[in-house]
Design a protein around this ligand. Structure first.
Ligand code: ATP
Ligand code: MN
Length: 530
């Protein structure tokens, strides 16, 4: 990948370390984490930790080094920049902060396709972070002294100094794309480590003709690959776990000329309200030795995790190696996708639970990256908030979204993959009036789409959004498919739909002349359509 000498950096960190843990596995790491008082075991043997102040990512504190390589390529509207000298000073200070401390090293891999594998070495302060990233990335068969392509210096207790380092706060996630060095400081939230690998991949992959994707993926009975794109909480992890479809990967993939590959070797599942019946595979994985549970509250007597307790955060998580799941696609690989699903959790209750997209509509929705967040229930606010995040993952898509959008559009046309918009959000009214569609109904609709059954269904064209919506699906109540009929007040529905369409349009203005797809293939206000 680069000419930078990662070996030398590694040696320097190891020489300065107090003690070294080299590529230890779960039993040794858990034992050490317990000795360090980093967390506790649950009743079923998983390791439970609290991440303190930060229980989610800190996108505003992420910066990319602006240099000759990145200057003309990175989408700077979306990411802060950092001068190379700033990065060097920060790295020096962070490394100095690690001097004399115990250092946990994991030499791992990313990219299940052997043609595109790169080596990632992670240096961290705590045994549990080492276990986390060992669970999430690919554990190589043969461990050894192999030079890394990427070095991640993970120093969560290091505090950046805005005055000295030019950072926004004392938290920093800094990426040097030229040397492939990542520095993380000031946050214990482990998801930052895995998503920084993804950000690096997203920067480099397109130049190798690989489309990087924030999606999960699984395999059908005929070896047909399906992708599930979507922002956080829309159902990538939940819906890709399917007893009939082996999992390819949980969250990050690459699409090459020959098929797709998992970037990772593990899963990072949300566990809020996790149910043994609706999500049996994930539930079982939370009860395994080696799994890391983040920010769950345990019963003080029994050490059972309470998945309904969100007192630390809504964003409770389980991190486990992918082979904790019962059904896996061999090698983390799949063929060229036949089905592409865009997941959205529409809290306005406007979008139908499923709709078929043309390739152009797919490009439009990919660039839009719509979902909605519900307001914090604790304040009793019922007004949902629209989120538009390009490519269903703007915080980690390092290049301009149209780079990825153009690649996806081309691949959809070449492959002829069927593309669906699946609303896992609210039906029968907006948040506060309607309810979230249940997982079983979503799975039934998905199954019909994946089996090809929906291709035969009678469709209507949506007045506002222009996509094709099935009129009936066996086993699904008919009015569920038609949000307008499902609302108590059709006029209120029309107003909500017009409002959402307008938000789509306003958001798309940011692409200006770079994408013309919005003018024809985006939603239109009803009055204008008539
Ligand atoms: P991230 O990118 O943060 O990993 P994700 O897309 O993988 O997010 P999931 O972990 O699958 O999101 O989260 C979906 C959440 O929504 C789960 O907690 C799941 O139980 C809940 N949920 C409720 N109703 C549905 C539904 N109809 N379909 C899918 N998920 C649902
Ligand atoms: Mn997920």
């Amino acid at each position: 990948m680069t000419a930078f000498d990662h070996k030398q950096l590694r040696q320097r960190i190891l020489d300065a370390a107090g003690t070294r843990s080299l590529n230890e596995r779960a039993p040794a790491l858990v034992a050490q984490a317990l000795r360090n008082g980093e967390g506790e075991l649950t009743a079923h043997g998983a390791f439970s930790v609290s991440t303190g102040k930060y229980t989610g990512r800190s996108p505003k504190d992420k910066a990319i080094v602006r240099d000759g390589l990145t200057d003309g390529q990175v989408w700077w509207d979306n990411t802060s920049s950092m001068a190379p000298e700033q990065f060097d000073l920060l790295l020096e200070d962070a490394l100095a902060s690690l001097d004399g401390k115990p250092i946990y090293v994991q030499d791992l891999e990313a990219g299940a396709d052997p043609r595109h594998t790169f080596r990632v070495s992670v240096f961290t302060e705590t045994a549990w972070h080492a276990l986390f990233i060992r669970n999430l990335l690919i554990r190589p068969d043969a461990q050894g002294e192999r030079p890394a392509d990427v070095t991640i210096v993970h120093a969560p207790s290091f505090q950046a100094n805005p005055g000295r380092h030019g950072t926004r706060t004392d938290t920093v996630i800094a990426l040097d794309m030229s040397r492939n060095i990542v520095l993380i400081g000031g946050t214990f939230y482990a998801g930052e480590i895995k998503k920084s690998v993804f950000s690096l991949f997203n920067f480099h992959a397109p130049s190798q003709n690989i489309l990087p994707m924030h999606c999960s993926a699984n395999l059908g009975p005929d070896g047909d690959t399906a992708l599930f794109f979507g922002l956080s909480g829309t159902g990538k992890t939940t819906l890709s776990n399917d007893p009939d479809r082996p999992l390819i990967g949980d969250d990050e993939h690459g699409w090459t000329e020959t098929g797709i590959f998992n970037l990772e070797g593990g899963c990072y599942a949300k566990t809020v309200k996790l149910s043994a019946t609706a999500e049996p595979e994930i539930f079982a994985a939370t009860r395994r030795f080696g799994t890391v549970l983040e920010n769950l509250v345990l019963d003080p007597g029994t050490a059972e995790p309470d998945f309904d307790d969100v007192s630390k955060t809504e964003n409770t998580r389980a991190a486990y190696p992918i082979d904790f799941l019962p059904k896996l696609a061999p090698g983390g690989l799949g063929g060229t996708p036949q089905t592409v699903v865009f997941l959205t959790a529409d809290a306005f209750g406007v979008l139908p639970p499923i709709a078929r997209l043309t390739p152009e509509q797919a490009e439009y929705h990919f660039l839009s990256g719509y979902t909605a967040k519900v307001a914090g229930t604790e304040r009793g606010v019922t007004e949902p908030q629209a989120t538009f995040s390009a490519c269903f993952g703007a915080p980690f898509m390092s290049l301009h979204p149209t780079v990825y959008g153009d690649m996806l559009a081309e691949r959809l046309r070449e492959s002829g993959a069927a593309t669906w918009l699946l609303n896992t959000g609210w039906i029968g009214g907006a948040y506060g009036v309607g309810k979230r569609i249940d997982i079983a109904s979503t799975r039934a609709l998905l199954k019909a789409a994946l089996s090809g059954e929906l291709d035969k269904a009678e469709m209507r064209t949506d007045d506002v959004f222009g996509f094709a919506v099935p009129i009936s699906v066996p086993g699904v109540a008919k009015n569920v498919l038609d949000p307008r009929a499902n609302w108590a007040d059709p006029d209120a529905y029309d107003a909500a739909a017009a409002n959402l369409a307008e938000m789509f349009q306003r958001n798309f203005e940011k692409f200006g002349a770079l994408s013309s797809v919005g003018a024809v293939h985006g939603p239109r206000l009803k009055a204008a359509a008539e």
